[in-house]
Design a binder for this molecule. Structure first.
Ligand SMILES: CC(=O)SCCNC(=O)CCNC(=O)[C@H](O)C(C)(C)COP(=O)(O)OP(=O)(O)OC[C@H]1O[C@@H](n2cnc3c(N)ncnc32)[C@H](O)[C@@H]1OP(=O)(O)O
Ligand SMILES: CC(=O)C(=O)O
Length: 543
């Protein structure tokens, strides 16, 4: 069977930028465009030239790409020609090979939002598209609110898109602008459009995720015959987002009937870069990547339940729909109160601790984890704390130093110049293996603006300031993330702190601490981090 070509159109830099809280800089746009181009999408929509300085600057830079670089704008306004519309002129002046214009196809919007007659709107759409074509550009028409428009007045909705098609639009893109349409309707309406004379290989689909159906709606439209897919990386986009290309790309490449029926510009070899592309976008946005994200999330191949982990170790296909490496992701077998001995042995092996199958220490470790999780601990992500707990049950625990006492003080006051000052200071007394004691002091100070350089950082700095023979090992360790949860441990609310650390070699690990007192919970996690680092780096244990 010859495969049909499906075209991918990315709008991360335009609709993605309509996400609340998202504002790309020009260099960030260039970085994202490069990622999309490397992946192999067919069209990269760069934004709306003339609408804001960043978009204009990005188009002025004329980024090089294999994809068709596309400018976005709106159809000409009533009462002026396409040539004389300054908003359209700015879009055309970007000089891109393709231009996508949004226009109305819902009678209600023509009357309410534009305040013009239905005939005037159809004429504006047709003249705008004809103008693009006359200027030698590939023309795309985003039929805004098409599905709602079709349900309200199918004759008019079809009249508008037929006018755009007749004027030379290469693609007519059916938009579920408000995101409220469900897959069955999308399928039926796409079919009806094809039956009305717009061929499927000229039809695109643009969906929003307001009912969590953007991906399903996209596939429904493809099933009905549409051949261009619009979407964004990580599903960014206005309100609840757009169709998620990070999900659609692997689905089209790896799942039937799409694998056999269609060809897309993204090659299977490029798919390995998908997880990296997704995380890069989060990095640019300063967002924590969504763990549950399909295909690319850190939990997408995490097997927590004991029954799952046991089977996974025998054959990963028992609980995995694809091999994680295909999308550049990886399998994780976390430890928790849902785990059995299979999870445990896998985690111990990963930590370099091999324990034979029926060793009683395995049950002891599992029981301890379950007991501690019942009082608020969580070993799911705190791999280093899990390892220390396991070492202790296996008789391999090492004691490097003892913290005799610590003291932390935070103060908020106005200084002599009337500026707000927030200070934290910590003192830690440590007993070293030689019997010597060291007392270290650290103070943070901040004026006017708050920062995360607070009491936990003061405690951390004081704790690792003078550790005698271990100083070289702990010097390069830094805190990279700090998460706090109030949780019900037993009958009382307690604070759980999870801290991520990194050493100078770029190795990362996480620890957990629990206490009714947030500073003490943090202290426990800090101490575990140092103990783990010393154990892993083979420090000589206290005598
Ligand atoms: C569904 C979508 O997501 S489409 C993409 C939407 N994206 C954006 O809006 C982001 C970029 N937009 C902008 O920067 C600005 O809105 C601009 C520069 C385009 C226009 O700015 P302004 O001239 O100040 O207009 P404003 O934003 O207030 O309103 C839009 C105007 O465009 C008109 N308009 C809306 N859609 C269309 C259309 N498809 N064709 C022609 N005119 C339209 C509206 O009627 C309104 O005109 P009015 O003020 O006479 O009622
Ligand atoms: C064009 C567009 O972004 C929409 O209709 O949602």
């Amino acid at each position: 069977m010859t495969k049909q070509r499906l075209y991918l159109y990315d709008t991360t830099l335009r609709d993605g930028q309509q996400t609340q809280g998202v504002q790309f800089s020009t260099p960030e746009k260039a970085q994202i465009a490069e990622v999309l181009d490397t992946l192999g999408v067919d069209y990269v929509e760069g934004g709306w030239p003339g609408a804001n300085p960043t978009d204009s600057e990005f188009f002025d830079a004329k980024p090089k790409m294999a994809a068709t670089f596309t400018a976005f704008g709106m159809t000409k306004r009533a009462g002026m020609s396409a040539e004389n519309d300054d908003v359209l002129a700015a879009v055309m002046n970007a000089g891109t090979p393709a231009v996508c214009l949004v226009g109305k196809s819902h009678d209600f919007h023509v009357k309410t939002a534009l305040g013009i007659t239905l005939e005037e709107n159809t004429d504006n759409v047709a003249r705008s598209i004809a103008y693009l074509v006359a200027q030698g550009r590939e023309a795309l028409f985003d039929a805004e609110h098409f599905f709602d428009g079709y349900k309200s007045n199918p004759t008019y909705a079809l009249e508008v898109i037929k006018a755009a098609f007749a004027a030379g639009a290469r693609w007519i893109v059916l938009c579920d602008t408000n995101g409220g349409t469900l897959p069955r309707e999308v399928y039926e309406i796409t079919k009806a459009v094809i039956a009305a004379g717009i061929p499927g290989d000229h039809l695109g689909i643009h969906t929003h995720n307001d009912t969590e159906n953007a991906v399903a709606n996209t596939l429904a439209s493809v099933d009905a015959g549409a051949r261009q897919i619009q979407g964004t990386l990580n599903g960014l986009g206005e309100r609840c987002g757009n169709a998620n290309l990070t999900t659609l790309i692997p689905t089209l490449l790896l799942k039937e009937p799409y694998t056999s029926a269609y060809e897309i510009g993204v090659r299977k070899e490029a798919l390995i870069g998908l997880t990296r592309a997704s995380r890069l976008l989060d990095d640019i946005l300063n967002r924590v990547p969504m763990k549950q994200a399909a295909y690319v999330g850190a939990s997408a191949f995490a097997h927590k339940a004991g029954l799952h982990a046991s089977a996974i170790l025998k054959d990963p296909t028992t609980y995995e729909h694809i091999e994680p490496g295909v999308v550049g992701n990886e399998r994780i077998i976390p430890m928790s109160n849902q785990a059995g001995q299979s999870n445990l042995r896998k985690r111990l092996t990963d930590a370099g601790l091999s324990v034979e199958k029926r060793n009683p220490a395995l049950s002891a470790i599992l029981n301890r984890i379950k007991e501690r999780e019942a009082v608020g601990y969580s070993y799911d992500t705190a791999q280093a704390s899990f390892e220390l707990l396991a070492r202790s049950e296996l008789g391999l625990a090492e004691s490097f130093f003892d913290v005799e006492r610590y003291r932390v003080i935070s103060e908020r006051r106005r200084n002599a110049r009337g500026h707000l000052v927030v200070e934290s200071e910590a003192v830690v007394t440590v007993q070293l293996p030689s019997g010597a004691k060291t007392t270290s002091y650290y103070k943070n100070e901040h004026s006017d603006e708050m920062s995360d350089d607070g009491p936990v950082n003061a405690l951390w700095q004081a704790l690792k300031r003078d550790l005698g023979p271990y100083q070289d090992i702990v010097d390069g360790v830094r805190l990279v993330d700090f998460k706090v949860r109030i949780t019900n441990g037993g009958t009382e609310a307690v604070t759980r702190v999870i801290i991520d650390f990194e050493d100078s070699e770029g190795r990362r690990w996480s620890t957990v601490g629990v206490s009714a007192n947030i500073v003490d919970a943090s202290f426990e996690a800090l101490l575990e981090a140092l103990n783990w680092k010393l154990a892993r780096d083979g420090a000589i244990r206290a005598g």
